[in-house]
Design a protein. Structure first.
Length: 274
């Protein structure tokens, strides 16, 4: 039994939904409403102790973190492979999944500053403090704190856009050499990077302007023409319902440390091979 915990049109949720659909793997969808901080509710932290989406429940095992989730899906469901056999191409695929995470850090800043500032302002001081307090990841706490105390500076936005420009320019060069990111076949790298390019296009379309980046745009169109991507990215489906009105911290009152301690995994001591 496979259940996907995800939040509609968030970049990381699209990556996993797209991968499952591309491979034709059935799953149950469990929507996690980020605008209600459901991701910080104790029931969700059981599935992802970082308090972010997405997460998979595969027969009771919690699998989280989008790039490793995609690799897990390949390992557990090898039919219709999305991973090249050639080690060099597999390296390139993983390099680009890492690039996806690299640019995603900048995209989080850009998304926070463009879309979430007003939502934080709707919360009272106590609710703001509670939400920041209950976010397990230090970088998320810092980002929420930033929004609660006046928002991002121009320099911070410029730094994030530098990372975006660096990544898009490199992607253009990569796609000038091969039809897909990691060679002649579509791979996890294409699925992974697409959602980042999609978000950049939503927020700063001039950063991926077709005249300057024809290969990136042709690749994006080819990807989006595939039924799996079209379905995964469509707004207003059962998996991508409209956002509720306003933010609320209801339900996140929990002893965070206790929940996280419960999830602690014992790692066996490392034994060097003879
Ligand atoms: N690559 C990381 C990133 C996860 C991530 O940033 N998820 C976002 C949605 S794309 C989220 O849950 N944000 C909620 C928040 O920051 O409070 C992962 O998959 O775990």
């Amino acid at each position: 039994m496979l259940t996907l915990y995800h939040s509609g049109l968030s970049t990381c949720s699209k990556q996993v939904r797209h991968c499952l659909k591309e491979k034709g793997i059935p799953y149950e969808s469990r929507y996690v409403e980020l605008w209600r901080y459901e991701n910080l509710n104790p029931w969700y932290l059981q599935w992802n102790p970082n308090g972010v989406v997405p997460a998979l429940d595969h027969d009771g095992t919690a699998i989280y973190n989008a790039a490793p989730i995609l690799e897990y899906i390949e390992d557990a469901f090898p039919e219709r492979p999305l991973r090249p056999e050639d080690p060099r191409l597999r390296w390139k695929m993983r390099h680009w999944m890492w690039m996806g995470d690299y640019v995603h850090q900048a995209i989080i800043d850009l998304t926070f500053s463009a879309r979430l500032q007003s939502l934080v302002e709707e919360l009272g001081d106590d609710d703001k403090a509670k939400m920041i307090d209950q976010s397990p990841m230090p970088d998320r706490r810092e980002r929420w704190r930033r929004l609660s105390t006046g928002g991002y500076t121009g320099d911070e936005i410029r730094a994030a856009l530098d990372i975006v420009d660096y990544t898009v320019a490199w992607l253009e060069r990569e796609l000038s050499q091969s039809a897909w990111i990691a060679g002649g076949e579509m791979s996890l790298a294409d699925v992974y990077v697409l959602s980042n390019v999609h978000r950049i296009r939503e927020l700063y379309p001039e950063r991926v302007e077709p005249g300057r980046f024809p290969k990136v745009n042709a690749w994006r169109d080819r990807m989006m023409d595939r039924p799996a991507a079209a379905e995964a990215y469509a707004p207003g489906t059962a998996e991508t319902p409209p956002r509720p009105d306003g933010k609320s911290v209801e339900g996140i009152d929990t002893d965070l440390q206790a929940v996280l301690a419960e999830r602690a995994i014992e790692v066996p001591p490392f034994t060097a091979r003879a």
